[in-house]
Design a binder for this molecule. Sequence first.
Ligand SMILES: C[S@@+](CC[C@H](N)C(=O)[O-])C[C@H]1O[C@@H](n2cnc3c(N)ncnc32)[C@H](O)[C@@H]1O
Length: 352
Amino acid sequence: MKASTAASRSALDAEPDEIPAAGYSRWSPQRLRREGSYWRARILSTAVHIELFDWLGERAKGSRTARRRFGGSQEGWKVFLDALTAMGLLHKRAGQYRNSVFALRHLRSGGAAFFLPEHDAWNAWRALPELLTTGKRPKTSRPFLTDRKRSERLLRSLDRDARKIAPYLIERFSLEGTESLLDVGGGLGSFALAWCRRFTQLRATVIEHPRVAPLARRKIRNAHLEKRMHVLALDIAKDPLPRRFDVVLISNVLHGQGARENRRLLKSAYRSLNRGGRLILRDVLMNREGTDPEWGALFSVSLLLHTPRGRCYALDEVNRWLRQAGFSLTEGPFRSSPLFFDPDSILIARKG
Ligand SMILES: C[S@@+](CC[C@H](N)C(=O)[O-])C[C@H]1O[C@@H](n2cnc3c(N)ncnc32)[C@H](O)[C@@H]1O
């Protein structure tokens, strides 16, 4: 950038617009410009999707080498790599591009895999105006029950997060002396697996939809825990849960279903528990108005696009369902992990 352009740019950046005027709260005209643009997000998620940062590795490479590796035109690669350089993720010298220290640390080897489900969901978001005006929602949950490849990407990304969150959960919600755990909609079974590793007396059953169950079985086989863990393929929207468990975990399942299905599921979870057993419920729990936390309010829009009836539910609503299901005492909400990106809370409900 020429010095004069740089100077005028920074003068622009320092515009008084940035200072929120009375009544504007968190918004400013500058923020409005930034939030309306998805260019950065698309460029970044595309680079993660094609594993560009892994391909660059520790070496400097040019647009011609990129064309040889990925196809397309050298011109296209130059424009794309220049944009990543402008964003500060790559460095450019004499026509050659290198990963920045940040990219080396955080964007390689699956470190930014959380971008991939977002990348996959791009087409779904196009339907938002139509959805709002017609009210038409998907007939089945996407991608879990519709697209094996995308479902696997999302489950792997959830598994990565779960591995970071599990030590915190295990520390606070000890399953010492507990014999049996039922993990409902357990995905790859990440939480059940972590608890079984920590408490060697524990046996766990992971409930998953028939489309996802084989992936969970593979994960458990690879962890050599088949003797203490098994996967039951069920449709939780229709089938009753198995019985006689000390603890039932329902993590990030309620938001994927409608209120009626959730009331049924919680009743079924109650019947699954032994007397004195505990239900550990993990999800985004909203205020009564559905506006806080902000992440949950935005996620609910995504759920309009991806599920037939899902959304994030209010704490009051979930507590009411728990009482209706028969649970006597509810504790929480507790934080679900120390990680800044984890928007979930935990509720513990007991069967008296
Ligand atoms: C958001 S994921 C949560 C995974 C895991 N419990 C976690 O917290 O990371 C929701 C899970 O519910 C499962 N699920 C959705 N609908 C289901 C159904 N009707 N029957 C069984 N499982 C279902 C999905 O396959 C998916 O693995």
